[in-house]
Design a protein. Structure first.
Ligand code: B12
Ligand code: SF4
Ligand code: SF4
Length: 351
């Protein structure tokens, strides 16, 4: 027997007080399409993200994430209104919008833990686990089941009137809460294929992304050299990519989306970096530039690799002697890592 509706109503009010743009409750169920997940992994579309493979049992059974879990309290922060970036000068590298303000893992987790503490005081026999991103949980599917939005062809959760610039978090609990209305069966796309057409690396097939082709994966997760055939498609992105979201009709700014607002913690500090600055970083400079930001996931040599690729793309479009000279110096610098030096040489051969 689920708990009375007013427990859920009170909980959702607390989520809103905690500043979440969206909140809902779903029954804690295994994925509806386990065969899709298995096939995605079997095809190697997760690349080096081996944690997805090694945690397959937990992805297929959320009870392995929290023993006896009956419900998932799902929340979302909105981090961007959809306004376009101002044009940037050649030699500038862009970062994805979710990483332009404070690190969402910390911003969301902190508030979820406070909610867990409140809930544990009111329900001492129940268990709670706060999750943001890193737990083996198909977050978008739980969020759709809790009515926070529906999954688009680019695989991201979209809420009508707000869009997909959302970051998700959950509380798994042994409480049997009354669920909110699911939106898991809604199709937000119809016949639209804009994200598939715009993805520069053809990483998207409807409702699936081959991570090994995705610029987000290549620039943030992949640690080795990036296939030269993909360099040009990476354009000026040096951390993540927003193209499939930029083109989505649900993310185009309207009076309603602008009114919906975003959480203050994600107010952008910058939209990217001058490539010469990144190429001159040492570890201390990287750390200083990345404080409290989700950017810290990329190691120094990965950031330099990404900046070199973006520099190569800039050099093909504009005459930038200082940038070219820097690339030549890096290619000859024995103190740089093999990854950085080799990327500089590859880029110069193509520029
Ligand atoms: C691994 C990962 C990635 C990988 C792989 C992306 C992917 N699409 O899976 C990479 C590094 C590429 C990536 C990139 C990004 N990510 Co990411 N990522 C994750 C992570 C950690 C796990 C995702 C996962 O399990 N993938 C495995 C695949 C197989 O899962 P799936 O696509 O959901 O597969 C299911 C569906 O395909 C479904 N399905 C199959 N057929 C059909 C048919 C229909 C009709 C429907 C509806 C569903 C459906 O069934 C499958 C099996 O259950 C989640 C956090 C989490 N724990 O969930 C964040 C997460 C998905 N990422 C997020 C973000 C913000 C991004 C980026 C936008 C960041 C950026 N700007 O660079 C990009 C977007 C790229 C994109 N288009 O996906 C957010 C998304 C928020 C949202 N609005 O949905 C999440 C939820 C993190 C968070 N806590 O907020 N990410
Ligand atoms: S994030 Fe960029 S590369 Fe990845 S699927 Fe979207 S458009 Fe393609
Ligand atoms: S761009 Fe079109 S197809 Fe892609 S997610 Fe948005 S609505 Fe769906």
């Amino acid at each position: 027997m689920p708990m009375p509706d007013d427990v859920t109503t009170d909980l959702l009010a607390r989520c809103r007080e905690a500043g979440f743009a969206l909140a809902g409750v779903a029954p804690c169920l295994p994925p509806a399409r386990p065969e899709v997940l298995r096939a995605w992994l079997a095809a190697g579309h997760h690349g080096e993200m081996s944690y997805l493979d090694t945690n397959l049992d937990a992805l297929l059974d959320p009870n392995r994430v929290l023993d006896g879990a009956r419900s998932v309290i799902c929340v979302a922060d909105r981090y961007h209104t959809g306004l376009r970036d101002r044009p940037t000068p050649p030699g500038f590298g862009r970062i994805a919008r979710y990483a332009r303000g404070d690190d969402y893992h910390r911003v969301i987790k902190r508030r979820l833990i406070a909610l867990c503490d409140d809930l544990a005081a009111a329900h001492p026999d129940a268990s709670f686990r706060a999750c943001v991103d890193t737990a083996p949980l198909l977050e978008r599917e739980h969020a759709a089941r809790a009515g926070l939005g529906a999954i688009g062809k680019h695989t991201l959760l979209i809420e009508r009137g707000i869009g997909s610039y959302l970051l998700l978090g959950e509380i798994l609990t042994t409480l049997d809460l009354a669920p909110t209305t699911s939106s898991a069966d809604a199709n937000p796309c119809g016949r639209c294929t804009r994200c598939l057409d715009a993805c520069p690396t053809d990483a998207i097939t409807p409702f699936a992304v081959d991570a090994t082709k995705c610029i987000s994966y290549l620039t943030i997760e992949h640690r080795g050299p990036i296939d030269a055939a993909l360099h040009e498609a990476i354009g000026d992105w040096i951390f993540g990519c927003d193209i499939c979201q930029e083109v989505c009709p649900h993310n185009q700014p309207t009076r309603r989306t602008r009114r919906a607002g975003t959480h203050a913690a994600y107010a952008p500090r910058r939209s990217g970096f001058d490539l010469l600055e990144v190429l001159g970083w040492d570890e201390d400079a990287r750390r200083a530039a990345f404080t409290t930001s989700a950017l810290k996931r990329a190691k120094l040599d990965m950031m330099k690799r990404n900046a070199l690729i973006a520099a190569g793309n800039a050099l093909r479009r504009a005459d930038l002697p200082a940038l070219r000279a820097r690339l030549e110096a890096i290619a000859a610098d024995e103190s740089e890592s093999d990854l950085v030096r080799e990327t500089a040489r590859t880029v110069l051969r193509m520029a």
